[in-house]
Design a binder for this molecule. Structure first.
Ligand SMILES: *Cc1c(COP(=O)(O)O)cnc(C)c1O
Length: 359
């Protein structure tokens, strides 16, 4: 008998990240992974340099410094914060702790490609719920819940659509899902939305609502792998039992603590993103490439057809502009474009203009 993996694992299609290089092209512009064009805060870079002096030491296992900083900045109880190796680790731990064979894990039609992987990796059944015009449909999600539902994963703002649910819709969802299911609000892009609490009030009110956050997007630290979650004490106690004791490196902890405290840098990134996103969406619309109003750091550009979207993606890639074609997300006529700095936004709009003019 040969060794065999656990049920579900062979159902997983490997996650494919955004492209980062083009053969033969030097000046590559990577707008395929929603990275922050301004990079991390200077304070985070300095903290990282200092941390290099202590690499022979094991990192903190309770993450007390980072949890205290997160608690201070976001006004929440550090005892109910857990840090992970990217928010991806926490999203996976949630599935590991709460979903197994016979259980259902819900997410939506154009939801983040990792959600089915978290379900399958733990032998649970992924359930895909339809969206309505690239927006999450709360009624459809509630209708899909059964007594087997254990987790509902939902990114708000959503990736790759960029759309988001308002407070009232989120509340209706939190109130409506079964008590035996967790509502996981993936807030990877929450900081780009001025005034949005990322679901904090819902976590405080409902024991079965969890919020996850990341340092990979607005904080510009994707390469260091840091995320966190905020949940009821019961959920945190469960997740703490199964996370690795040294899941975050000392340099990552130090950089993240400095980054979260540098509110001026975060605010600059948020406002620049909003300004350039609006400009880019308007300029593309004038070229005949519409998009839904985005609340994140990317735009989902809609083309006339799958052929046109693929051709535009290839046309730009040939000149070193890497975007994310999202046919794999059930959006065959769309390309996701990360909002870069001003020069990058101008370069991408110019290239799409040339493509439209030539085709
Ligand atoms: C980028 C992204 C994340 C972040 O993952 P990390 O593991 O924290 O880098 C999580 N969810 C969504 C929807 C994302 O787009």
């Amino acid at each position: 008998m040969a060794v065999t993996p656990q049920p579900g694992i062979m159902e997983i299609d490997l996650y494919v990240g955004g492209k980062s290089h083009v053969d033969g092209v030097e000046n590559v512009l990577k707008l395929s992974s929603n990275e922050n064009p301004f990079g991390p805060s200077d304070a985070a870079k300095k903290a990282l340099e200092r941390a290099a002096l202590g690499l022979h030491r094991y990192p903190s296992t309770d993450h007390a410094g980072l949890r205290a900083a997160i608690g201070e900045v976001w006004g929440l109880d550090p005892a109910r914060v857990i840090c992970g190796n990217g928010s991806g680790e926490l999203l996976m731990l949630i599935a590991q702790a709460y979903a197994g064979p016979g259980d259902e894990v819900l997410f939506t039609e154009h939801g983040f490609a990792m959600y089915p992987i978290y379900a399958n990796a733990n032998g649970a059944t992924p359930v895909i719920v339809a969206e309505r015009d690239r927006r999450i449909d709360v009624d459809a999600l509630l209708a899909a819940c059964t007594e087997r539902t254990r987790i509902v994963y939902l990114a708000n703002p959503a990736n790759p659509t960029g759309t988001m649910l308002g407070e009232a819709e989120l509340l209706r969802l939190a109130e409506g899902i079964p008590d035996t299911a967790l509502l996981v609000l993936d807030g990877a892009y929450a900081e780009f939305v001025e005034g949005y609490d990322a679901g904090k009030a819902l976590v405080d009110r409902f024991d079965n609502v969890v919020m996850t956050r990341t340092f990979s997007k607005i904080y510009g630290l994707g390469g260091l792998r840091i995320g966190w979650a905020y949940a009821s004490q019961g959920v945190i106690d469960v997740l703490m039992r199964i996370r690795g004791p040294f899941n975050l490196s000392a340099p990552a902890l130090a950089a993240a603590e400095a980054a979260v405290r540098d509110r001026a840098h975060t605010e600059k990134c948020r406002s620049e993103n909003a300004r350039l996103r609006e400009w880019m969406a308007g300029a593309l619309a004038e070229l005949g490439v519409p998009s839904d109003t985005s609340t994140a750091n990317f735009i989902l550009a809609r083309f006339a057809s799958e052929e046109e979207a693929r051709a535009c993606n290839d046309y730009l890639a040939a000149q070193g502009i890497l975007l994310r074609y999202v046919g794999g997300y059930g959006l065959p006529d769309c390309i996701r474009i990360t909002v870069g700095d001003e020069a990058s936004c101008r370069r991408v709009v110019h290239a799409i203009g040339q493509f439209k003019g030539a085709s």
